[in-house]
Design a protein around this ligand. Structure first.
Ligand code: FES
Length: 163
């Protein structure tokens, strides 16, 4: 048998199909690597290094609030993401100004893992790498929705977080 010469159209069709398959393979490999952490040292999906959130102790206050003495903790400085631990549950918090704070649910909106890490000023879920900004907005999936925000009040060095 003799090979038939390819037309220019047949050559392009076959070449493009092969290129598309190769691109798909690369995309799946990338997705698997990012969802499984790639087996290397912990990094955020954006490539920055992950750190455990500094922890601050809060105490139950009133009927449904958490009070945090801010002085001497990581919440004393602006922009440092923190995990507040209390008997009422854990809450993410960050100081955004002299007397303003954001407080967020620490439960990831993807599969309910507790968010315990950060990279730069972003909260990072350790399970599948979702990233959230200081207001809880999703910066990177797979989380489908923002973190729940709580009400904050600040007076006399005490941050009060209410559901
Ligand atoms: S539980 Fe999957 S990214 Fe948080």
């Amino acid at each position: 048998m003799k090979d038939e010469p390819q037309t220019r159209r047949q050559f392009c069709t076959r070449t493009c199909a092969a290129a598309a398959l190769a691109a798909l393979g690369t995309a799946f490999a990338g997705a698997l690597e990012s969802s499984c952490g790639g087996g290397g040292s912990p990094t955020s999906p954006g490539g920055g290094s992950l750190s455990s959130l500094p922890q601050v102790t809060g105490t139950a206050s009133g009927s449904a609030s958490i009070a945090v003495n801010v002085d001497g903790t990581a919440l004393a400085s602006t922009g440092t993401p923190v995990l507040v631990r209390s008997s009422r549950g854990d809450v993410l918090a960050v100081r955004t100004g002299a007397s303003t704070f954001n407080a967020l649910s620490s439960q990831c909106t993807h599969a309910a893992c507790e968010i315990t890490a950060f990279s730069g000023q972003s909260f990072v879920c350790p399970c599948h790498g979702s990233q959230f900004d200081a207001s809880g907005k999703v910066l990177g999936g797979p989380a489908p929705s923002p973190l729940r925000q709580y009400t904050t009040q600040f007076a006399n060095g005490v941050l009060t977080i209410s559901a």
